[in-house]
Ligand binder design. Structure first.
Ligand code: ZN
Length: 298
């Protein structure tokens, strides 16, 4: 397992962590001031300053993108809705490509209308079918431009409104069905990174009794991203009260060890939604704390 205690070479900042700092250019500058080598931006933040400007900033500061957030949200009540989702996902793939992101993260969606507070259906099985079909279609396009897709399973408390893929096991079942890898010994070597893999976010999966086994099952080819924060006790808001690494109850280093034993050697991406705490603090303080905790608690 890599030793993170001496530096922060493998720290990436998911730019949602710095939502309190304002626009993406200010966020990127804060990261650059602290020697951050990688970020993972959100589409709304990119759109607010423009794709060209974002690409220029990333180049200017020599930043890598550990991911691009996010595609997905596939389920819809009708053909037109599903087609609109596919169009939007193709645009997300194109944006990820033009920013040279390592992968496009997919938050797959739940019941149609639920995210807006008005669920139009109770059929979670239909939602999962839309997800499967949506990923299949998006994968075909993503393959044509060589952009890996990373399914991010979300904690089951988000099954209705954000994602009806809730465990690494469920995500890997989709990966294997839609993007089978050549069997070992069958000639062609497995790709370093599969076209379809998973994003392991400790906030969503830390509770899973099958976590170690499923990370091992994923293997190097399907481990596309690793997101870290912490689970606070008590958690006051299920969406926007994520903790800084070390402030909660997740054994982050233990989970990282499982990923690394499976061959993962990428960034630890800090992704903290925290409307009442970290988003209220100065960007420099947040980044400095991320660095310190990356060294001591990741
Ligand atoms: Zn995440």
């Amino acid at each position: 397992m890599r030793d993170f205690s001496g530096d922060h070479r493998w720290l990436s900042i998911n730019t949602a962590t710095l939502r309190g700092a304002g626009t993406l250019d200010r966020i990127v500058e804060a990261c650059a001031r602290h020697g951050i080598r990688a970020i993972s931006p959100w589409r709304d933040q990119v759109h607010a300053i423009g794709l060209e400007r974002t690409a220029a900033l990333v180049r200017e500061h020599g930043l890598a993108l550990s991911g691009y957030c996010r595609g997905g949200m596939f389920p819809a009540m009708d053909v037109a809705g599903r087609a609109a989702a596919l169009d939007d996902n193709r645009r997300a793939v194109d944006e990820a490509k033009s920013l040279d992101a390592a992968c496009l993260v997919l938050v797959v969606g739940g019941l149609p209308g639920a995210l807006a507070g008005t669920p139009k259906s109770k059929d979670l099985f239909a939602a999962r079918r839309d997800v499967r079909d949506g990923i299949a279609a998006t994968l075909e396009y993503a393959r044509s431009v060589a952009m890996p897709l990373a399914i991010e399973p979300l904690h089951p408390m988000y099954a209705a409104d954000r994602a009806c893929v809730n465990t690494i096991e469920q995500a890997l079942d989709l990966c294997e069905a839609l993007d089978p890898l050549p069997a070992v010994g069958a000639g062609a070597p497995s790709p370093a990174l599969a076209g379809l893999g998973v994003a392991v976010d400790v906030y969503h999966v830390w509770w899973d009794p099958k976590l170690e086994a499923q990370i091992a099952r994923a293997g190097r080819a399907r481990l596309h991203a690793f997101h870290v924060c912490d689970w606070l006790v008590p958690t006051k808001d299920l969406l926007n009260d994520r903790g800084m690494m070390g402030d909660g109850v997740i054994e982050i280093a233990r989970i990282r060890a499982w990923l690394e034993a499976a061959g993962f050697g990428g960034y630890s991406e800090v992704e903290i939604f925290s409307s009442e705490n970290w988003w209220k603090r100065p960007a420099d303080e947040v980044v400095a704390t991320c660095i310190e905790r990356h060294r001591s608690a990741v």
